[in-house]
Write a protein that binds this ligand. Structure first.
Ligand code: HEC
Ligand code: HEC
Ligand code: HEC
Ligand code: HEC
Ligand code: HEC
Ligand code: HEC
Ligand code: HEC
Length: 368
């Protein structure tokens, strides 16, 4: 494993004794769900509608967060609604995606022969891109073309660029093995992944309440019986920056996952936990730099740079002796516009904000 950059990892070593000390006095929060324990193996899912009936504050704007729509069934997919007809060509292959009533047909032809299948699932909201999944003889395929908002149309799916398809079926899409399919549905739904098993009989589309908080059956039973059961729902309150990275990183990828995948340079732009950990602003135990300091998981993403100024000012202020000496000579507001510049990885048709908060000297100044 490569050497860990920055001071963040040193802090982890220091933090371990502190964390044990906290447990000795009784943890403020339950063990955060991360890694394999994220995918609950027991418990009953009850659906986000029920949660909303008692927790309106968290539920009210949740649909604005694209996480809630990370997977859409084809019938109700916004990008595929109406009288759509998307086309694209790659060498000898011509692609089209067309609505036919409740179904959406995906067609690939090379003149003599034509492959046609109904699409089953739409992954992603299309802000970056939307990729489709279909099935042939019980095996899932990822479409070779995706929809990109920036193009208002189709282009190659990220990762599909290399290699000429061997035949028409390969030109239509890439077959997924069982682990990969479990991964897609796990991160983009609620309850389809149970432990290490994928089941598509009963689940909710998108990342809903019980994906993060775990199955809520026992929690609600307890409250309805008048005997609330403590710890029957993952509280998630009070996690420090590192625990939050690990929890959100189950899907957004952790620092370790990105290192293990060997993704370098601009190819890791989309992985916030990795980028943030490498920033000099990051501190393992400090909640002011946790994902949730800047992003309320129950609200839509805020795109106004000025909204984030107060988040920076939580540390970068006159009373913070540790960093008082380092005040910005260049700007007083919209800090993220300069210190979290957006970068667009090849093929992605989307510029991701760089969570490695830093002084970016030029466009090409992009640390690994
Ligand atoms: C019948 C009403 C009701 C429903 C339905 C309900 N909750 Fe709760 N929830 C409560 C009450 C009351 C509390 C505070 C008392 C407690 O912690 O037991 C609470 C507390 C919580 C907490 C904080 C727990 C803590 O330890 O601080 C979370 C998180 C939570 N609920 C999530 C959910 C989720 C997710 C769902 C849907 C699966 C849900 N709730 C469904 C009533 C409800
Ligand atoms: C179960 C998987 C999963 C977990 C856990 C998860 N996310 Fe996400 N998140 C996603 C997916 C998938 C998307 C992309 C949704 C899309 O655009 O299709 C996303 C998108 C987002 C967005 C962009 C929202 C928008 O409207 O553009 C933010 C911000 C975000 N996540 C923050 C978080 C934070 C903070 C946490 C931890 C508290 C977290 N996520 C945990 C899967 C997850
Ligand atoms: C480990 C969890 C995880 C797995 C596995 C996963 N995704 Fe995602 N996916 C995410 C998160 C988080 C986002 C939002 C942030 C981002 O764009 O990286 C996302 C975004 C997307 C998007 C939006 C476009 C884009 O490029 O951002 C598409 C499309 C998508 N995923 C499709 C898939 C498909 C198809 C699979 C299976 C082959 C899959 N995902 C597997 C977590 C996952
Ligand atoms: C992406 C992960 C994620 C999703 C999805 C999610 N939450 Fe949460 N929720 C969190 C985190 C993280 C916290 C703790 C925030 C903090 O640090 O205070 C939390 C806290 C809560 C609390 C405790 C609030 C308090 O301060 O006592 C409730 C209640 C709750 N969520 C309900 C819901 C409901 C209802 C939904 C579905 C509409 C939902 N959550 C969806 C991550 C999530
Ligand atoms: C110091 C503040 C800050 C912290 C901490 C932070 N983010 Fe962000 N995040 C931002 C800003 C700023 C944006 C860009 C918002 C915009 O303009 O759309 C953003 C955007 C995002 C997006 C959407 C990316 C896109 O392409 O639109 C995701 C997903 C996300 N953050 C996830 C996370 C996760 C996961 C963590 C924790 C590992 C995290 N963020 C920590 C400030 C922060
Ligand atoms: C948890 C506290 C904390 C938060 C929140 C925080 N920072 Fe920092 N930041 C620091 C610390 C500590 C340093 C390192 C200071 C030093 O080395 O003297 C730093 C360093 C920096 C640097 C100098 C980087 C370099 O390469 O030398 C910049 C620029 C910066 N922060 C901008 C921001 C911006 C913009 C935000 C909000 C998006 C932000 N910070 C949020 C604590 C924080
Ligand atoms: C117009 C772009 C821009 C904006 C807006 C901006 N900065 Fe900067 N910032 C810079 C540049 C460029 C430098 C490096 C200056 C130099 O060293 O010549 C810098 C340096 C810094 C430093 C390091 C100072 C040092 O002594 O090394 C910190 C900390 C910082 N900025 C924080 C912030 C915060 C917090 C905000 C929002 C209140 C902000 N910046 C807004 C461009 C900007």
């Amino acid at each position: 494993m490569p050497v860990i950059p920055g001071s963040a990892r040193l802090v982890i070593l220091v933090a371990i004794p502190l964390r044990f000390a906290a447990f000795a006095q009784g943890p403020a929060t339950m063990t955060p769900p991360n890694g394999a324990n994220y995918w609950a193996v027991s418990g009953r899912f009850i659906g986000s509608k029920q949660c909303a009936s008692c927790h309106p504050a968290q539920a009210k704007n949740f649909h604005q967060n694209s996480m809630s729509r990370a997977l859409e069934p084809i019938e109700s997919c916004a990008i595929l609604s109406g009288d759509i007809h998307y086309t694209w060509t790659d060498g000898q292959y011509a692609y089209s995606i067309t609505r036919a009533g409740a179904r959406v047909l995906y067609t690939v032809t090379e003149g003599k022969e034509t492959f046609e299948t109904p699409l089953l699932y739409a992954f992603g909201q299309g802000k970056a891109g939307q990729t489709y999944v279909f099935d042939i003889d019980g095996r899932f395929y990822e479409s070779r073309v995706s929809y990109y908002s920036k193009l208002s149309g189709l282009d190659l799916t990220v990762g599909a660029i290399n290699g000429k398809p061997a035949d028409l079926r390969a030109a239509a899409g890439r077959v997924m093995d069982a682990n990969e399919a479990r991964g897609c549905f796990g991160c983009h739904t609620t309850g389809a992944r149970v432990g290490n098993v994928l089941q598509l009989k009963a689940y909710e589309n998108g990342v809903q309440c019980e994906s993060c908080h775990g199955p809520g059956g026992a929690h609600v039973d307890g409250i309805q019986n008048g005997k609330p059961r403590p710890n029957s729902i993952r509280s998630l309150k009070g996690m420090d920056a590192q625990d939050t990275n690990e929890m959100c990183g189950v899907c957004h990828r952790t620092w370790e996952t990105v290192v293990t995948m060997g993704l370098k340079g601009i190819n890791n732009a989309r992985f916030p936990a990795y980028r943030l950990t490498n920033s000099p602003c990051f501190s393992v135990t400090d909640r002011r730099i946790a994902c949730t300091a800047c992003h309320n998981p129950h609200e839509g993403l805020v795109s106004d740079d000025k909204y984030y100024d107060s988040k920076c000012a939580a540390c970068h202020n006159r009373t913070n002796l540790a960093i008082k000496k380092r005040t910005c000579p260049a700007g007083k507001q919209a800090c993220t516009s300069c210190h979290m510049p957006r970068v667009e990885p090849a093929e992605s048709h989307h510029a991701f904000p760089d969570h490695w908060i830093r002084i970016a000297r030029s466009k090409n100044d992009y640390p690994d």
